[in-house]
Ligand binder design. Structure first.
Ligand SMILES: [Fe+2]
Length: 345
């Protein structure tokens, strides 16, 4: 049985996701779904009056390094499983405890009007970071701002100076619940991002001590300088962290893995950059690191989720501290802090 606090967290999140009597909810579980979350999801969906259907899938067709679904974009056990895909397309909501491949069958399910809520964090993280309507308001305001922008510039005291053109791709808007038909979200989340126009990312990104590289789930201990030209990382320089990062990316033998991917910032004041250091790696999905207020999230690899054609399995999310960010010359972050008015104005 899940704890009462966990059950209450699920109740609140499914209520925000507008799970209603008479709706059908598919609860999708893979081999590593947390048993307490699986039990709480079934109970809370049932309490909401929904018809529930649990689908448990087996192993993914490819063996993933360290079992990381967020590190390796590619086929899952759902890929090609038409019976399961059709069940989800005919449902109102999918509670995804497994991790559907974002760029392929997920899009088909969303286009059928089904809403999807991904939940991979352990119960304790979920209980601390239950989403709120206020959070949606702040994230939506930031997304509206980002959606209007045609350029983003990011600088930092450690030497980052990156400029990209925007407008080709939509915004990635995550506030932790899926409340509209065809909407995907991830509990817990509070950030916005978008993908740069093809080939327009230019400059230098210097990862500094304390920035987190995901999926490594490690903090950078020595600066890493990334030289970026025409949308791709062209050089990775530094000491141990640069060596490790460079070698990891090279393993994929895919030049598209060096592309600049989604760029944005975190908006969750309850999330802390230090939390990542307190969990075992397999225990957490690091959504807290992606969401803490004022982080600039740099990322690399695919853009299929945003509607682009880049489908590389190599994907890194890198929440950075201490960055200043401007949209069309207007400040949004100042040295890692949300500029006044950007907390949700
Ligand atoms: Fe990402």
């Amino acid at each position: 049985m899940p704890s009462l606090k966990l059950l209450e967290a699920w109740r609140q999140t499914l209520a925000l996701s507008r799970l209603a009597p008479g709706e059908t909810a598919v609860i999708l579980a893979g081999p590593i779904a947390d048993p307490a979350n699986l039990a709480a999801a079934k109970l809370a969906a049932g309490e909401a009056g929904a018809r529930t259907l649990a689908i448990e899938l087996g192993e993914a067709p490819t063996i993933r390094l360290a079992g990381e679904s967020t590190a390796h974009y590619g086929p899952t056990a759902l890929t090609g499983n038409r019976a399961a895909i059709e069940a989800m397309k005919s449902a109102d909501m999918v509670i995804d405890l497994m991790g559907i491949d974002r760029g392929s069958e997920q899009r088909e399910i969303l286009e059928a009007g089904t809403r999807i809520l991904l939940v991979k964090e352990p119960p304790e993280v979920l209980m601390r970071l239950v989403p709120t309507p206020e959070q949606k308001r702040r994230v939506a305001a930031a997304a509206a701002r980002l959606g209007r922008a045609r350029s983003m510039t990011v600088r930092s005291g450690s030497g980052t100076d990156l400029t990209v053109a925007l407008g080709e791709y939509p915004c990635l808007v995550q506030y932790g619940f899926a409340d509209e038909p065809g909407r995907w979200d991830h509990w817990p989340s509070a950030f916005v991002a978008t993908w740069p126009n093809e080939g327009t990312a230019n400059g230098t990104v210097v990862l500094d001590r304390g920035d987190a590289i995901l999926p490594f789930k490690e903090y950078v201990r020595s600066p890493v300088a990334l030289t970026i030209r025409d949308g791709y990382i062209r050089a990775i320089e530094g000491e141990f962290d640069a060596l490790y990062l460079g070698d990891y990316m090279a393993q994929f033998r895919d030049s598209e893995g060096y592309a600049v991917s989604h760029l944005g910032w975190g908006l969750e004041p309850r999330a802390h950059w230090t939390a990542l250091g307190l969990y075992d790696k397999r225990q957490s999905n690091a959504m807290e690191a992606r969401s803490f207020a004022g982080n600039f999230m740099f990322s690399t690899g695919p853009n299929a989720e945003g509607g682009g054609n880049r489908r590389t399995p190599c994907h890194l999310d890198i929440p950075m501290r201490g960055c200043s960010l401007w949209l069309d010359g207007e400040p949004v972050l100042d040295a890692g802090e949300l500029v006044a008015g950007e907390e949700g104005a």
